[in-house]
Design a binder for this molecule. Structure first.
Ligand code: GDP
Ligand code: MG
Length: 200
């Protein structure tokens, strides 16, 4: 596969729709030069959300460790010291959150699509997401507040964490026919080796 054909899955979560940020979010990925390969609005079931987060067999451990570390980095005591228990609690909350209303699912394609989308999206916890990222600019939630209130961190977006994760997730949310193959005029200026044919 050519690098410029790399694909990643983005989901605008129910809070993104309710906060009228669909256009703002799409704009951020569009303006960097990525190509929209698929788009649809759906209401998910809890079963689909469970499958989605189980598609990476390491997600449970990585997610639990990340949350516990984030508490420790702030000098706070995590709700549990066991990463699997931590992510198990989070998964139950996520099933409710992600199926609470419509979501927008998108496939974005282009060079380094997975990494570029994660960079623009920002870190998981809005409290520490960088300014200039979508999560850093539009949300003020934290692990501490959301865990205390017994809900998932509301951070507007899901974005695949790796190429492997992206391929599995895209297959879960979209049929083959729903992902479109087409050229964008701007791909010439983004990827062509010789910029000939510009001057007349
Ligand atoms: P992401 O790849 O940045 O979305 O992060 P993860 O895959 O680790 O977690 C999935 C989603 O679960 C996040 O986007 C948050 O909405 C939520 N979440 C993750 N960790 C926690 C946590 O420790 N507490 C709570 N309340 N929610 C969490
Ligand atoms: Mg993730």
């Amino acid at each position: 596969m050519k690098t410029k054909e790399e694909k990643t899955l983005v989901i605008v979560k129910p809070d993104g729709i309710q906060r009228s940020l669909i256009g703002e979010i799409i704009k951020r990925y569009e303006r960097v030069g990525l190509k929209l390969a698929a788009l649809k609005m759906v209401v998910s079931t809890e079963e689909l959300i469970e499958k989605h987060y189980s598609s990476d067999s390491n997600w449970r451990i990585k997610n639990g460790e990340k949350s516990i570390k984030s508490y420790r980095d702030k000098g706070l005591k995590p709700p549990t010291e066991d990463p699997m228990e931590m992510s198990g609690i989070t998964l139950e909350k996520l099933k409710k959150y992600m199926s609470s209303g419509p979501v927008i699912c998108m496939v974005w394609q282009g060079a380094h699509a997975v990494e570029i989308v994660r960079k623009i999206t920002g870190g998981t916890e809005p409290l520490t997401s960088d300014v200039g990222t979508i999560r850093g600019d539009f949300v003020l939630d934290s692990y501490q507040i959301s865990d205390t209130d017994g809900r998932a961190v509301r951070n507007l977006i899901h974005a695949s964490g790796s190429i492997e994760e992206a391929n599995k997730e895209i297959a879960l949310w979209f049929s083959k026919e729903e992902t479109l193959c087409y050229s964008l005029v701007q791909e010439k200026i983004l990827y062509d080796i010789n910029l000939d044919g510009i001057l007349e």
